[in-house]
Design a protein around this ligand. Structure first.
Ligand code: AMP
Ligand code: MN
Ligand code: MN
Length: 336
């Protein structure tokens, strides 16, 4: 049975702890927010008190999700909740590949015991007391469904909706390699619980601002194909954000365009989103492992989707660090 991989002590903690702080990674994506909402909803339906903490106010890309009004970024509320629980409290970190991804409140969070980590990143660097890390799962959302099933809990409509968003976004709408038979089975069960795929897809993919399209025009103009068309790079500058009026989160999905070119094995998106940080998203097809490249620069991710950040520097200086690493990896493909 699929759920048998879940460590029994994690199921016990969920069964017996009365109060929980649930958290996810910084710059949360659909899997992060969907998992946070679904886990919180599941725990509440089991009669527990839950503080669903989000490191920042929810992005406008995901504020359509039912229940997202309950996500709380307020540190004082969080402190008060922890104090009120007087020791009977557990923490669950979702979709976080390493402790730093928990964000600014990492130290306060990691003091909570028991501390449970549920994650599916290939590059996972162990933290927390109790972990279930399974890189074969398409998404943390998929793992939460398995947990609900093992606990004999049927997800509510809101939880099913959140899990469907988590799974469908992390699989690129069931297109990426991480999509397994079990992924479709779970998605099928979520549809059985009332989720309408066409309606959710409309909210995720047909819900953009005109500013985002303006920004996309500028970003696609930066397309640079190299290594005989095997590598495609795009970038965004702060000026482009100013001129278009778009927000940092509006760049989500842009990397799919360079990735979609027939010859491309690796797509790179270099983002100047704040004056002092350049962040890089990478996507690969097939055997090429971008998590390896990202790890070399202090980042991480999955084989086909990874990222890293560079404090300081310019788009050009970052490109000159990343490109040779990709070129070398293309020249010496993995042996296994
Ligand atoms: P993104 O390109 O931001 O969509 O991220 C792709 C994947 O790489 C996600 O699974 C992220 O969790 C992971 N990732 C992105 N940036 C970082 C980072 N700076 N450190 C660790 N993992 C990252
Ligand atoms: Mn994520
Ligand atoms: Mn994920």
């Amino acid at each position: 049975m699929t759920g048998s991989r879940i460590p029994e002590n994690i199921l016990d903690i969920i069964r017996t702890t009365e109060n929980f702080v649930v958290m996810t990674h910084v710059q949360p994506d659909g899997d992060a927010i969907g998992s946070l909402l679904a886990m919180s909803d599941l725990l509440e339906h089991m009669g527990k008190r839950v503080f669903a903490f989000l490191d920042e106010p929810i992005s406008h890309l995901y504020d359509f999700m039912p229940g997202c009004g309950n996500l709380n970024p307020n540190i004082n509320d969080l402190r008060r909740f922890i104090a009120e629980c007087g020791g009977d409290i557990g923490a669950i970190a979702l979709d976080c590949g390493e402790a730093d991804r928990v964000g600014k409140q990492k130290d306060m969070m990691l003091e909570i015991s028991p501390f449970v980590v549920l994650d599916h990143h290939l590059s996972h660097q162990e933290f927390g007391e109790y972990r279930w890390v399974d890189p074969h799962c398409s998404s943390t959302g998929e793992m939460i469904f398995e947990i609900a099933e093992m606990l004999g809990q049927t997800p509510s409509y809101n939880a099913a909706y959140a899990l469907y968003v988590a799974i469908s976004t992390d699989t690129g709408s069931f297109r990426y390699e991480c999509t397994r038979a079990r992924t479709f089975e779970i998605a099928g069960k979520l549809v059985g619980l009332g989720v309408k795929p066409e309606q959710v897809a409309g909210k995720i993919y047909d819900n953009y601002s005109p500013e985002r399209l303006k920004l996309m025009q500028m970003v696609l103009n930066t397309l640079d194909l190299c290594e005989d068309g095997q590598v495609a790079c795009i970038h965004v500058t702060e000026d482009m954000f100013d001129v278009s009026g778009a927000l940092a989160q509006d760049t989500e999905g842009f990397i799919e365009y360079p990735r979609s070119i027939r010859t491309v094995k690796v797509a790179v998106f270099i983002k100047e989103t704040r004056r002092d940080v350049i962040s890089v998203s990478m996507r690969a097809k097939g055997e090429f492992n971008v998590a390896d490249i990202a790890k070399r620069f202090g980042g991480g991710g999955h084989r086909n989707a990874a990222g890293c950040r560079f404090p300081g520097g310019s788009i050009e200086s970052v490109r000159q660090k990343i490109m040779p690493a990709i070129r070398n990896a293309l020249d010496s493909p993995p042996t296994q």
